[in-house]
Design a protein around this ligand. Sequence first.
Ligand SMILES: Nc1ncnc2c1ncn2[C@@H]1O[C@H](COP(=O)(O)OP(=O)(O)OP(=O)(O)O)[C@@H](O)[C@H]1O
Ligand SMILES: [Mg+2]
Length: 253
Amino acid sequence: MPKIVCVHSFRDGVGKTTVTANLAALLVGRGLRVCVVDTNFNRPELHRQFGKTDSDFSHALSDFLAGDCPADKIVYEITPALGKSKGRVYLIPAHSNSKREKQITREGFDPTLFREGLDEIATAHHIDIFLIDGAAGIDHAALPIFAVTDLLAIVMRLGNEDFQGTGVLVEIADKMEVPHSFLVVCDVPDSYDFNNVRGEVERVYGREVGAVVPHVEIPPGLGKTGITAIDFPNSPMVLALSEVAKRIVHWKG
Ligand SMILES: Nc1ncnc2c1ncn2[C@@H]1O[C@H](COP(=O)(O)OP(=O)(O)OP(=O)(O)O)[C@@H](O)[C@H]1O
Ligand SMILES: [Mg+2]
């Protein structure tokens, strides 16, 4: 059975896509077969992290969810985007600016069909881990994703704008009985005491912090492949995210 990991946040622009792409690289570096899934139906960006453009893909997740194509049409191997790697990485993209994506955001989709599609793809490509890059907030697309999620990484930044929304996500994870949820505090300036941040955030939300990810001076996206975990493996951001990669690997359900 593949593990299904969802990377979500209440507010946008907090680092979900950066976390998803770098976790994929770290897990693939351990020899695993990973499939990243773009469910940011409002603004799909995940493919760009791997150097891909919209025209590289003819089919997307929404085509399968609408019953227009079989699951095997929506998955693309993108391993070469990581340079030389031990494992494999695949992508299930979303279409940019399509009516179908907008409809999914408004009306949601069937979680059972989604799960069946992922299972079929897992069997065909021997996928160990799905990493789902979500859209910020709680719209109709978020709940069916949480319904199939084994591990939910709730990404947040320090600051008041995120405070209540992150708490709402923690509550929803519990109400929906997501088996394991944890927080990832992103883009934390060096001036903070990271141990204090971890302790305080855990106290406030009553949830474990999987990583406190520092603000990095070389912004994510630069370098040869554009993926920090490949280009700058000793970056403090990557070292922090490797804690999350370990958590995913060791989680047994
Ligand atoms: N640790 C970090 N240090 C410096 N910059 C960062 C860090 N993490 C993310 N960023 C930058 O923050 C911006 C937002 O990141 P990203 O696109 O991953 O967020 P997101 O949550 O996926 O956004 P959206 O909700 O729009 O999908 C990007 O420009 C990214 O390069
Ligand atoms: Mg994003």
